[in-house]
Design a protein around this ligand. Structure first.
Ligand code: NDP
Ligand code: X15
Length: 337
């Protein structure tokens, strides 16, 4: 069994912990928190050994009556691999500790690309991560773009991607986030970080990305134009996207008109935390105009990177090939809407 440590048990970390625990070949050896809040309590209730991310604060856990298994560097020393899901910037600072213990580490998309040796997307470049000391699972939006680009590039070739990303302003629990009643070009200058990030996965791809932030919390929405090298009809493109294991093409009969109904559907089918691990592509939006493919997709920011982290664990340790890992992860999670 692969012993996985999770450093940073927040939005992404707690989901990755549950997904790792669901795998037949992995176990969670512990999770680390800086303070004894509700997530520390639920980590212990869920049976995860809890470690203090900051040693000086161990007594705060004692005072709150929350039992600790130790300090984070003990956790890192024990683990085969650590998934760092700390807030942006802290992951890069933690790399020295991971290197000191010789424990391979996975950072998240909030870190700069150069904080890791390689950036990861399971569908696109699984093998490039094998043997790395530090890899980075790209951000939720970049994961969503990469999953779309990979099959289109393989099947038809791509001249250029143009993507406008309407980004949710914050996650549902991020009470401090805005905008409250505004729509912000974000960043106002082009490109947004997503295009250069996609190039960490597809170095030669021509891609321009524009970003906005809106006062919504449920999901991001992408307006996509991919100029292909050939001109398949829209039905062919739709079939191709339907055949991918991490894309959900929303059929017209479902009458899902936005992120609200997508989340409702995820709850109705019993998804944990109403998570949607797949890219959600509106079938009727898939349109071809000459070589230009257009579509809309929604991305659940809190969860699409979760299966990618699980695959990245196997990739960095060289424990599996891409197809086998993706299949194992998908089956263990119950992927497929
Ligand atoms: N949320 C999203 O939509 C997505 C986020 N990401 C990326 O994932 C990473 C994590 O983001 P997210 O989960 O949203 O962030 P959160 O803030 O939800 O979770 C991070 C957690 O890390 C803990 N933490 C803070 N400092 C430390 C530390 N020094 N050591 C260990 N734990 C610490 C915090 O909890 P506490 O201090 O209480 O221990 C916090 O709950 C970022 O790089 C982000 O960009 C990627 C895709 C989507
Ligand atoms: O990785 C994400 O978005 P991003 O791809 O737009 O950077 C997550 O939704 C986190 O975004 P945030 O930086 O607004 O918290």
């Amino acid at each position: 069994m692969i012993q996985v440590a999770i450093n940073g048990y927040g939005t992404i970390g707690k989901r990755v912990a549950d997904a790792v625990r669901a795998q037949p070949d992995m176990e969670v050896v512990g999770v680390a928190k800086t303070r004894p809040n509700f997530e520390a309590e639920t980590a212990v209730e869920n049976g995860y050994p809890l470690y203090a991310a900051i040693e000086d604060r161990m007594d705060q856990f004692d005072d709150a009556g929350i039992e600790l298994a130790g300090a984070v560097d003990e956790l890192v020393a024990t683990a085969d691999v650590v998934v760092d899901a700390c807030p942006s910037g802290i992951g890069a600072d933690n790399v020295a500790m991971y290197r000191e213990h010789d424990t391979p580490a996975l950072l998240q998309g909030g870190e700069d690309a150069d904080a890791a040796e390689v950036s990861f997307n399971a569908r696109a470049n699984f093998d490039e991560t094998t043997g790395a000391d530090v890899a980075r699972v790209v951000s939720c939006n970049t994961t969503g773009l990469s999953r779309l680009v990979a099959p289109l590039q393989e099947e038809y070739g791509i001249e250029k991607v143009r993507a406008t990303l309407v980004r949710r302003g914050g996650d549902p629990a991020q009470t401090g986030r805005g905008p409250i009643n505004d729509i912000l070009p974000n960043p106002v200058s082009l490109p947004s970080h997503h295009g250069p990030d996609v190039n960490t996965i597809f170095p030669d791809l021509a891609i321009d990305t524009l970003g906005l932030k809106v006062p919504a919390t449920l999901m991001h929405t992408h307006s996509i134009n991919v100029e292909l090298e050939s001109a398949p009809d829209a039905d062919e493109v739709r079939e191709l996207l339907e055949s991918q294991s991490r894309t959900f093409v929303i059929d017209e009969h479902m009458a899902i008109d936005g992120a609200g109904k997508l989340k409702e559907y995820a709850q109705d089918v019993g998804r944990p935390r109403a998570d949607i691990w797949e890219n959600c592509i509106w079938g009727e939006s898939i349109t071809m105009e000459d070589n230009d493919c257009y579509l809309f997709q929604a991305i659940h920011q809190e969860s699409d990177v979760v299966p990618e982290n699980v695959d990245a664990v196997r990739a960095i340790l060289g424990e599996s090939d891409a197809a086998e890992s993706i299949e194992t992860t998908n089956e263990a999670l119950g992927m497929g809407l």
